[in-house]
Structure formats: structure tokens, C-alpha cells
Design a protein around this ligand. Structure first.
Ligand SMILES: [Fe+2]
Ligand SMILES: [Fe+2]
Length: 263
């Protein structure tokens, strides 16, 4: 079993030192790793990143993070990542990392993600260059996530977790105004997860959303934005089952229920 602690949208800044540290210092009693799902700062400054670093440096479990849109606000996202990395945080963007938890190889693939909306109600790469660039940003992020998940599979990970800031499914947005769903996430992220395969997915960003959701492919999704979970971190237990052989293909007759098009 892998015990995953996760929280996003902690939005720390000078003045919030020590807010989470006491709870985080108890992590090894509850979890094997801590995932930070972005929006760790308010305006993405290095001063704010140093506050985050102070909360997570030297914790008793590995800390793995993605950035959120707030962490990009000052165009200092690389510096923010650097401050976090110096504090021992593994910051992912279109990349993955593998840790060993009592003999289980646990892989985490991460990307911030981006906007665009959900199937049937989404933006498309049509028309103006700005619109194409908007969707290309989402598509590039989703492609990076898929490659990272594929890489973890090739690396022999027993468990794979997808970590994003933006939401991959609309389920976990319930409570947010419908009008802003396209700015809260994209179905392309879920497609990447379902295409590459993952055992669990965690995101933030939707402060008014709901904790529980699922991709079309059956991957459990959790919105861990701190205003949603209402505590310093949520803990999820992933039970790792030994790989089973694939189910045998159904007999050809079972595939003939639907008449072929045109007769
Ligand atoms: Fe946020
Ligand atoms: Fe956000």
C-alpha cells in the first residue's frame, strides 16, 4: 500500500510562515510522500517561494510538486522552482520521478496543465493565432504528461500518479460557476492519463470545487485544493495489486451485437 498526502493552493506569502509546518512535520505518521498541486505562492515571487521552502524543507517524506498559475504571475517561475528545489522539493513539469516505498516503485508524473474546457464544451485550435496558441499550450502540457507517464511505465514503476494543477475532469469542479469551467482545466489532460495509464490523479486550482472525480477511463481523480479539503493535507491509500494477465479477448460472436453500418 502507498500512502499519498496531497494539498494544493496553499498560496503562501511572507506572513504565513509556520502555517503548515507543524502539520507537515507529522507527515511520516500518515504518508509515504507529499504531493503539492501548484499555487504554492500568491504572486509567484521568490520571497513567497522562500516561505514555501521554509514550510517543506527537511520534511520526513519526499515532497513532489508542480507549479500553478499563481506561481507564474511574476514571470519568475524558474526562480520559484529553483528555490523549491534547493529546499529538496522535486518540481515536475512534463517530467516524472520515481521513489521507492517499501519495495514498491512509485512514479509521479507532473505538469501544471492549462485551460481549454471539457469534451463537448471546449476551445479548439481554430481561427486566430492567439486561439491556436492557447490550445497548443494545453496540448503541449498534456503531451508532456503522457510522455512522463509512459516513461515511468518503461522505468518499471508499480504505481503511477498524475499530478497537475489544472483539472483533468469536470467532476471535481462541481461548485464552481459553469461559466469558468474552460479556465479550470482541460479534457486533454485526462486523455493523456487514460492513454498512458495511471493509478491515481491529483490536481488543485478549483477552490470551490469538489474532492472526488474520475476520468472516462476509470482513473480516480482528487481535487486537493486546500479550500476544498479543508485541512493541511489529505491522505489517500493506494492498494497496489500484483499485475494480472490481461483478460482474454471476447469471442468474436460477442462483438457482433451491433449491425454493421449500412446493413
Ligand atoms: Fe489557487
Ligand atoms: Fe490556480
Amino acid at each position: 500500500m502507498t500512502r499519498i498526502a496531497a494539498v494544493g493552493d496553499i498560496h503562501l506569502a511572507p506572513g504565513s510562515e509556520g502555517l503548515l509546518r507543524p502539520a507537515f512535520e507529522t507527515l511520516d505518521r500518515h504518508a509515504d510522500l507529499l504531493l503539492l498541486a501548484g499555487d504554492l505562492t500568491r504572486h509567484g515571487t521568490e520571497a513567497e517561494a522562500r516561505v514555501v521552502a521554509g514550510e517543506v524543507a527537511g520534511l520526513p517524506v519526499p515532497v513532489i510538486a508542480v507549479l500553478g498559475n499563481h506561481d507564474y504571475q511574476s514571470d519568475r517561475q524558474d526562480a520559484v522552482s529553483g528555490v523549491l528545489a534547493e529546499a529538496g522539493v522535486t518540481v515536475l513539469e512534463g517530467s516524472g520521478t520515481r521513489i521507492d516505498v517499501d519495495g514498491t516503485a512509485v512514479g509521479v508524473a507532473g505538469t501544471k496543465g492549462f485551460c481549454g474546457g471539457f469534451a463537448g464544451r471546449c476551445a479548439s485550435d481554430f481561427g486566430e493565432p492567439e486561439m491556436k496558441a492557447f490550445i497548443r499550450t494545453t496540448r503541449d502540457s498534456a503531451d508532456g504528461l503522457r510522455r512522463a507517464l509512459d516513461g515511468l511505465a518503461e522505468d518499471g514503476c508499480d504505481v503511477r500518479i498524475a499530478l497537475t494543477h489544472f483539472a483533468p475532469v469536470p467532476d471535481t469542479l462541481s461548485g464552481e460557476p459553469l461559466e469558468i469551467y474552460p479556465f479550470l482545466g482541460s479534457y486533454l489532460l485526462a486523455e493523456a492519463m487514460d492513454g498512458a495509464g495511471a493509478d491515481f490523479a491529483v490536481h488543485g486550482h478549483a477552490h470551490l470545487g469538489t474532492e472526488h472525480g474520475m476520468t472516462a477511463g476509470g482513473i480516480r481523480v482528487r481535487n486537493v485544493a486546500m479550500p476544498v479539503i479543508g485541512r493541511a493535507f489529505a491522505v489517500y491509500h493506494l492498494h497496489h495489486e500484483p499485475l494480472r494477465p490481461a483478460a482474454p479477448a471476447p469471442p468474436a460472436a460477442a462483438l457482433r451485437h451491433a449491425p454493421a453500418p449500412g446493413g
